[in-house]
Design a protein around this ligand. Structure first.
Ligand SMILES: *Cc1c(COP(=O)(O)O)cnc(C)c1O
Length: 484
């Protein structure tokens, strides 16, 4: 063998077509299988003990392993009754786009080629979706964790000055604010940016789980009085716990008054702007200095794809570019700029970057913003159907208001004293039943069942199946407790 290309192209073509057919069928029939099943110990052992291969195996044999040992034991987020955490369902079209991107194997860190232009195009499109100025810069990244980190670091450089890149923060005590239910990646960003986790002040929430404005103002005043230097205000558009949206307009006002950078973590919730009915909830998002959000959640683009937008031109490049003449590449040839814009490697920490933009382009252009908005509106409709059931059925209790697509509730049985434990066990029972997979979370100290409708395949019928299964499991568990 002289290189790694297939020895027999006809053989690989036939196998490739079979893989494609198998996977399309698999996606098409995903609802007929369990949502999730525990990986058997035997399968786990297989991978834990596999030794480093010195000689190659047949691709066909590897594919067989994938079909037998991987596919049945995946996380299950393609299934309409996967309702845990906030996971997108993916699409067949997205799978094909990812295959094409891998086939092209473009490195979109920079240089003069059209995949760079495609990423600029999708950034321009989302800039329009959120009514940001046309000079906004942005970057496709692995997800909102990375997007939030890039935004927070950029804010830090914008406020503290670019010289901190050379000298570090040396004695300055920068602090920022987010609501107490902000995503964990915000604190991690403060950690990674060298600001320290304590520099993130957690503002308490009101009874709608939104940032309490009076509380925020008091914290800023107290921090300034102590000699600390507030630099960023972080609003969440769609908290993971309950889907709450901070009062973005009020936050924008305070950020302007206090001269703070206004960042929004809109990981999944920001995309609700595509639904005309829900867009008003996000009013104020267009005033943010930066925005982080995902394509792989509500927009159903296959993992992974997130995005960061920075309103102010140049500051993102000033935060990351390693040379100040980042705009003066070669005048022509492969090492020239693709258009006027900087290379993407100058807008974030990564040099080599895959062609994520292709699957995002195919999703935005293939479905159009109207159909994607309809998927989002539909998820909320299904969530409200569940909310109505919870309010009707005497054995269920609603634990948080439903704003978007997340419903938090619990099963209440009079003879059960420890409802936290009972509900936590019920969710594990549900997972093992393979019928539905919500997650749990804690709301005001109580363990609750948390259903997030993100998958475009989920319908009211799936909610009925969830509740029927939950009812049976709760009965079985209550009976068992009585007999102990
Ligand atoms: C999912 C989520 C994140 C993290 O995004 P990833 O894409 O998983 O990195 C951050 N914030 C919120 C509100 C989220 O829902």
């Amino acid at each position: 063998m002289s290189n790694l290309d297939p020895e027999n192209w006809e053989h690989i073509r036939a196998l490739g077509h079979r893989m494609l057919d198998d996977m399309l069928n698999n996606i098409r029939t995903v609802a007929q299988k369990p949502v999730w099943q525990p990986p058997p110990a035997s399968v786990r052992t297989l991978f834990q003990t596999a030794s480093l291969p010195q000689t190659g195996a047949d691709l066909e044999a590897l594919y067989q392993q994938f079909i037998e040992h991987v596919v049945p034991y995946a996380v299950g987020n393609r299934h309409p009754r996967f309702m845990g955490w906030v996971h997108g369902g993916g699409t067949a079209q997205g799978m094909l786009a990812d295959m094409l991107a891998a086939g092209l194997n473009a490195n979109v860190g920079g240089r003069n080629h059209i995949p760079v232009d495609i990423e600029h195009m999708v950034i321009r499109w989302v800039t329009q979706i959120f009514h940001f100025p046309s000079t906004t810069t942005g970057l496709l990244v692995s997800g909102s964790s990375m997007a939030n980190f890039i935004a927070i670091l950029t804010a830090c450089r914008a406020i503290a000055g670019a010289e901190v890149r050379q000298s570090g923060l040396s004695g300055r005590h920068l602090v920022g604010y987010a609501c107490e239910s902000a995503h964990g990646c915000i604190a991690r960003s403060f950690d990674m940016a060298g600001l320290g986790i304590q520099a993130l002040r957690r503002v308490k929430t009101d009874n709608h789980f939104r940032m309490d404005i009076a509380g925020l103002k008091q914290m800023i005043t107290a921090d300034r009085a102590q000699g600390l230097e507030p630099f960023i205000l972080i609003g969440t558009a769609g908290t993971v716990n309950v889907g709450a949206i901070d009062p973005l307009e009020a936050l924008a006002d305070i950020a302007a008054e206090e001269k703070l950078w206004f960042h929004i973590d809109g990981a999944f919730g920001a995309m609700a702007i595509l639904s005309a009915q829900h867009a008003p909830l996000l009013q104020g998002i267009e005033r943010a200095d930066s925005l982080a959000f995902d394509f792989h959640k509500w927009l159903q683009v296959p993992y992974d794809a997130g995005c960061v937008l920075i309103r102010h031109p140049e500051i993102q490049a000033k935060t990351f570019a390693q040379s100040l003449d980042y705009l003066s590449r070669e005048d022509r040839g492969l090492a020239a700029l693709a258009g006027e814009a900087p290379w993407f490697c100058d807008l974030g920490p990564e040099l080599s970057r895959g062609f994520r933009a292709l699957k995002v382009w195919f999703a935005l252009a293939g479905f159009g913003t109207e159909a994607l908005g309809a998927v989002i509106a539909r998820s909320c409709q299904v969530a409200h159907y569940l909310e109505a059931q919870v309010q009707t059925l005497p054995w269920l209790e609603l634990m948080a208001p439903v704003v978007l697509n997340i419903v938090c509730f619990r099963v209440v049985v009079p003879q059960v004293k420890d409802l936290d434990h009972f509900n936590a066990e019920l969710v594990k029972d549900l997972h093992e039943s393979g019928m539905a997979a919500p997650s749990t979370t804690k709301i005001r100290g109580h363990v609750v069942i948390r259903v997030a409708i993100v998958n475009h395949r989920t319908t009211e019928q799936d909610i009925d199946i969830l509740l029927e299964t939950l009812h049976n499991l709760a009965r079985t568990r209550t009976k068992r407790q009585k007999h102990q």
